[in-house]
Design a protein around this ligand. Structure first.
Ligand code: FES
Length: 592
């Protein structure tokens, strides 16, 4: 059934990519309800099973079914706040009205040559475009003559993108696009003034092919769907987001002539329809890692048909254009400071700059903080528990102040930190049984929330009166331990490269939605952030998107991008003995 839903373009969450292990691809069957499978019984509540809820990836279609897909709470999605990076406005994309010298027997230059020379003269030799598409070239002679050699021309350093009758105030725009594994963010910019005109964010429609990059790569490598199919899906989502962002500021997507794209390497591969199979297996090779330019039309992106789409470079199979964006936005490559940047999405990417040298590494740390592999984990959207405090009772905050449906990354981090602090979870990560908690003398209000199950203890976060109970399970705590120790070990490996300690670090930039909303105290409590760095933490929201905007609006950024691509040293952790040792060392929660 999941395959049929995917083929029909129906968006449904499938974090494990259809392996039957995440329990998130729920649908409601109202006619010909199939008997529950083993996975349904393991991963759904008895009430859900009785009510006809099934996992779409476990249903083999034999009869006609009536299927209801649960609505996604996309509009309440907790998005990373946009971050405005400091930058000048000096885009490569330009618009000019030109008066060309008409041809004569003494001046028999071609129409195109005449136009290129006029642009070069008007820009004092700074812009020397020498190209245009065949379709524009075919229209050029008429356009020039019908407008009596006075035309408005849109161009960049290499290409002429539009030639038309002079029309004052016609908008000329660009779009910066951040393709996240979970969320797509689009920023529309006025390319005459540099003002951000509109923004839009949507869930990445590829999520029905898996929640993390590895499951999406597997879908392609196993031949369940082609890279082109996944490209189509993300482009569909981007077209929706572009339309929304343009509608909000009253422009047509046709006014967009430049698009700059960032994303992790899997996302940029799948955006371009490139097979990502070799990103996932040693020696982890990208199809291409340089900046790449393609026509919007070729990808089906609904902006101006002549628009050029620039994808920022990837550094390795797991450090991509989004990390380059974070470096640009935080100016890490520019100053003299020693700084760490941490972008926790479905992967955790880390960058260190020290004395002008840049190192980066990546760990598969994030999925837990995005709700994957967590029994009642969910994205940060309406009804997700986002904050937890333990005092005389358990205090919860949910997104949108709605009844709790599950728990998102920031809530998960809080819940674990608070339970460690209260002694319900031991340093080793083991959750006490109700009897042990009682014997330890823990308060009754905590003891009565503990339950013993086949898979260890679990702690009820919601009050007994709640319509839907949300638990933190022993397995969830283990997932948090794995994620936080991987991130922490990665940070320490970077510091080892520069041969410095935490005291040398001036700033820790936390990028992304999770980085922005996590409680820094809780992160230090569980050892995700070293406590000595707490005061130097700076949340920077969607810095990857902000870096992408810089590349769109400030042409000098491309020199920085080339230097980052050339000089950033990628530290491969998969074969590192030190990483393994540190990973095990940081599995424990810090002593109180
Ligand atoms: S259980 Fe069906 S997609 Fe994960």
């Amino acid at each position: 059934l999941l395959e049929v839903l995917r083929a029909a373009g129906i968006e449904i969450d499938a974090p494990c990519g259809g392996a039957g292990t995440c329990g998130k691809c729920k649908v409601l069957i109202t006619k010909n309800v199939p008997p529950p499978t083993w996975a349904d019984q393991e991963l759904l509540t008895p009430e859900e099973v009785l009510g006809g809820v099934r996992l779409a990836c476990r249903i083999r279609l034999k009869h006609e079914l009536e299927v209801h897909v649960f609505e996604s709470h996309e509009h309440s999605l907790q998005k990373a706040p946009t971050f405005e990076a400091d930058g000048k406005f000096n885009p490569a994309l330009r618009v000019l009205t030109l008066e060309l010298e008409p041809p004569s027997l003494k001046d028999q230059r071609s129409d195109a040559e005449r136009l290129y020379a006029a642009i070069e003269a008007a820009t004092e030799g700074k812009w020397k475009p020498r190209n245009m598409t065949r379709s524009l070239l075919a229209k050029l002679p008429r356009l020039l003559r019908d407008n009596e050699w006075q035309v408005e021309v849109v161009f960049d350093y290499d290409y002429v993108l539009a030639v038309r009758a002079p029309q004052q105030d016609q908008p000329i725009c660009g779009a910066a696009i951040d393709i996240g594994t979970t969320t797509l963010a689009v920023y529309t910019e006025d390319m005459r003034s540099g003002v951000r005109m509109g923004t839009a964010a949507l869930l990445n429609p590829q999520r029905s092919f898996g929640g993390d990059v590895v499951s999406r790569i597997e879908v392609v490598s196993k031949g369940e769907a082609s890279a082109d199919k996944l490209s189509e899906r993300v482009v569909e989502g981007l077209n929706k987001a572009l339309e929304e962002s343009c509608a909000a500021c009253g422009i047509s997507p046709e006014a967009i002539f430049h698009v700059v794209v960032v994303g992790n390497p899997t996302m940029t591969h799948l955006f371009l329809g490139l097979d990502p199979t070799w990103l996932a297996a040693a020696p982890y090779i990208t199809v291409q890692g340089d900046s790449y330019c393609v026509r919007a039309q070729e990808l089906g992106l609904k902006v101006n048909p002549e628009a050029r789409v620039f994808v920022l470079p990837s550094i390795s199979a797991y450090i991509g254009a989004d990390t380059v964006g974070v470096i640009l936005a935080t100016n890490m490559d520019q100053g003299k400071e020693t700084a760490l940047a941490l972008d926790i999405g479905t992967n955790g990417e880390m960058v260190l700059v020290h004395e002008g040298n840049l190192w980066a590494c990546s760990t598969a740390a994030g999925p837990a903080f995005e709700g994957a592999n967590i029994a009642q984990g969910m994205r940060a959207e309406a009804g997700a528990i986002s904050k937890v405090r333990l005092d005389d009772d358990v205090y919860l905050e949910t997104i949108g102040a709605q009844a709790a449906r599950g728990i998102c990354g920031s809530g998960l981090l809080d819940a674990v930190a608070e339970l460690v602090k209260a002694g319900v979870i031991e340093e080793s990560g083991r959750m006490l049984s109700p009897e042990e908690a009682k014997a330890e003398g823990l308060p009754d209000n905590l003891v009565e929330r503990l339950e013993e199950t086949d898979q260890g203890a679990r702690f009820r976060l919601t009050p007994p009166s709640a319509a839907h109970q949300v638990y933190l399970t022993q397995r969830d705590v283990r997932e948090v331990q794995l994620a936080k120790s991987a991130l922490r070990a990665g940070l320490e490996i970077l510091l080892q490269q520069a041969q410095i300690g935490y005291d040398a670090v001036d700033h820790v930039y936390l990028a992304g939605a999770f980085g922005n909303y996590l409680d820094q105290g809780s992160a230090a409590q569980i050892g995700l952030i070293p406590p000595e760095l707490l005061e130097r933490v700076v949340p920077v929201g969607n810095a990857a998107g902000a870096g992408c905007e810089l590349a769109l609006t400030e042409s000098a950024t491309w020199g920085r991008i080339a230097r980052i691509k050339r000089e950033l040293k990628y530290v491969e952790l998969s074969a590192s003995r030190e990483f393994q040792d540190l990973y095990i060392e940081h599995m424990m929660f810090p002593e109180l």
